[in-house]
Design a protein around this ligand. Structure first.
Ligand code: SIN
Length: 344
């Protein structure tokens, strides 16, 4: 009797143990589908305010992703070093704690010595030259120069030419005596200020305002949008435009994360990044003008422009630094950068 009962076949055509298996299978499938429907999260950490080209770019990226990839990708922005400071962002990217970052070029030194080319004093004549170099073969290659470390460059974002400041007018190299400058963690900047006879203190961007206020440092250099948005002009009276170097960023991601994205999502993100990059770079040019003017209008600080004779003195001191970094960066890259100064 018992043997007969256990072999009863239900109208569905399946015995009970088989039905249970199907049910479990369906539940697993449902769970997998529910998981697949979860949006991909892209966390973007950076250190500047929303009122800078980078801050503007991050917000625009989020807005465009929400429009074009709604329900598929979600973007979380962490500005003003709220999540990671600039000395932590790249490690966070590698550990999978953020998916996007856009550190300034000097922050990549541990991963690519070649990227130091962007910080060399008086190498690029202006922002157009920097952009031409970024579009050149050498510039495009640099985006992939950290792949062996797991970092993929997606785009170059501009801020602007750097401006130096102190509480005395800096017109000639002699004016730098006994000053203490905050610098980015950059060997190039260190060499630059050594040539000017200045002590340097490498420091994350988020600490500079307080350090100027407390007098821990007595000078700094940065782009106008960073200076204005952080109010460095509250504590620095003179800003010298030597047009000696450029502050820009590489937008980077974790190479493995990027490679594992579904192809159609990656392609859409690439299109969005191209559009955002154009907007960031347009915004950077506008901000370089408008934030400079805001500092002047504040009447707290004065902008110093240099004569050709002054500039010649600066160049004589600072251009030879290039030689020191030639073997690290590569002569070919430096030469391509110099060629970019010729408008085509
Ligand atoms: C930034 O613009 O991301 C910060 C640059 C700096 O460290 O001064």
């Amino acid at each position: 009797m018992r043997t007969q009962r256990s072999s009863v076949v239900r109208p569905s055509g399946l015995r009970w143990p088989a039905r249970l298996t199907v049910l479990i299978g369906m539940l697993v499938l449902l769970a997998v589908n529910a998981q697949a429907a979860e949006p991909i999260v892209i966390r973007f950490s950076h250190v500047t305010s929303e009122a800078t080209p980078k801050g503007h770019g991050a917000m625009l990226f989020k807005k465009m992703v929400e429009q074009r990839l709604a329900g598929k990708v979600r973007v979380e922005i962490y500005p003003r070093a709220l999540k990671f400071n600039d000395d932590q962002a790249l490690l966070a990217l590698l550990f999978g704690d953020v998916e996007l970052a856009a550190p300034s070029f000097s922050k990549f030194r541990s991963f690519s010595r070649q990227i130091q080319v962007f910080d060399l004093p008086f190498l690029f004549s202006d922002v157009d030259a920097v952009n031409r170099f970024q579009r050149s073969e050498a510039g495009v290659k640099l985006l992939d120069s950290m792949l062996s470390h797991g970092i993929k460059g997606l785009a170059y974002w501009d801020n602007g030419m750097r401006v130096m400041s102190a509480n005395r007018p800096l017109r000639t190299p002699q004016d730098f005596k006994r000053l203490r400058f905050r610098i980015e963690p950059s060997a190039v900047m260190q060499a630059q200020y050594r040539a000017l006879g200045v002590a340097t203190v490498p420091m994350p961007f988020g600490q500079v305002r307080e350090a100027l206020k407390m007098g821990l440092v007595t000078g700094q250099e940065n782009a106008w949008s960073n200076i204005y948005s952080k109010g460095f002009h509250d504590f620095q009276k003179y800003f010298t435009e030597a047009r000696h170097s450029f502050l820009g960023y590489m937008l980077v991601t974790n190479a493995e994360f990027w490679a594992n994205l579904p192809a159609e999502i990656r392609a859409e993100l690439e299109k969005i990044i191209a559009k955002v990059t154009d907007e960031v770079n347009k915004n950077a040019r506008e901000k370089a003008e408008s934030d400079r003017q805001r500092v002047i209008d504040s009447k707290k600080a004065e902008v110093i422009t240099l004569t050709d004779a002054d500039l010649e003195e600066w160049r004589t001191l600072l251009v030879p630094i290039r030689k020191k970094f030639e073997s690290q960066i590569g002569l070919e890259i430096i030469e391509q950068a110099m060629q970019a100064n010729q408008a085509r």
